[in-house]
Ligand binder design. Sequence first.
Ligand SMILES: *Cc1c(COP(=O)(O)O)cnc(C)c1O
Length: 387
Amino acid sequence: MNRFVYADHAATTNVAPEVLEEMLPCFGAEYGNPSSLYGIGQNASRMVADARARIAKVLGAKPTEIFFTSCGSESDNWAIKGVAHANASRGKHIITTVYEHHAVLHTMDALKKEGFEITYLKVNEEGLISPEQLEAAIRPDTILVAMMYANNEIGTILPIKEMAAVAHAHKVYFFTDAVQAIGNIPVDVSELGVDLLALSGHKIHAPKGIGVLYVRTGTRIANLIDGGGQERSRRGGTENVAYIRGLAKALELAVEGLPDMKRVAAMRDRLAEGIAKIPYTRINGSMEHRLPGNLNVAFEFIEGESLILLLDMAGICASTGSACSTASLEPSHVLLSIGLPHEKAHGSLRLTLSHGNTEEDVDYILEKLPPIVERLREMSPLYETNS
Ligand SMILES: *Cc1c(COP(=O)(O)O)cnc(C)c1O
């Protein structure tokens, strides 16, 4: 019998019932505009202030350092372009990594057209980067380092605290895209020492369309949207009160759920052991410095797209590369960055588990996946000649 197994939590997550409950009043009687002076307006204003304070507390920040945006991509864009534009007189050199999310990489492309120079730190075959590599790349005209806390495809966790210290020793701003880290590992801006940090609601059981940019007090950053003075005049636009409330709840739940990530990691390990029994299979990325729910496997002689379709028919949601690139046939830039040849990158599968997954889900994937891989290989001419 078919089950439904959602194993693509790095792409998006379901809205938690507690989050929905927290948002519902805003779709009913509490529809006020936070800028209005009468009762329901002031209720809305209090809701936003309350959410901002709760989020600040969870992240180890001050409420005035929390800015609401429409998504993780907006936070990435604002952090990078905002710091670049406000500090261009000091220098036009930015350091990032080869395997950032496209919201970062394409922002760098835009800045290159404006005359900024970008250095892309390479990663080793495990997906790791050392603080020494960063140190060596810093120049007198470097103004910003943009480095993800955890990679969305292979789950690699980078030593952000050490990296931020290196940047600061050279008076360079440090931004981290923590979209995948939040809810998987502890994230505290004071502990990490970062100047800017991005997060997104829909990766942590809040709805799609809400994000946060943390900006440390004193950071020079250009405003994003000129408007009615919301977000301390830095990002105008009437606040998305419902989603802001939902995000506060989701972040609190994410922190409460951190201890359960041990169980998730154990399920992931069992999945990895089971999959490793399939011949011509290799795990992509470091198993040591890795998000608890992430597994990324290369199957030789297979097209990832066909694998996803057959898994879907069996009720299993997974992805090949990242969701953003499923429409293109280009192999994942992340898998290429750790040295996979094109065909192995194409035959890679990402499974990302979270709290909602059970041991029965793992059993089910381990039951369905091997025969699907076998079936696809039997259809592959390469398999015949090479195996
Ligand atoms: C999903 C994701 C984003 C983009 O967030 P959206 O809210 O979907 O725009 C950015 N960075 C990483 C690492 C992500 O996984």
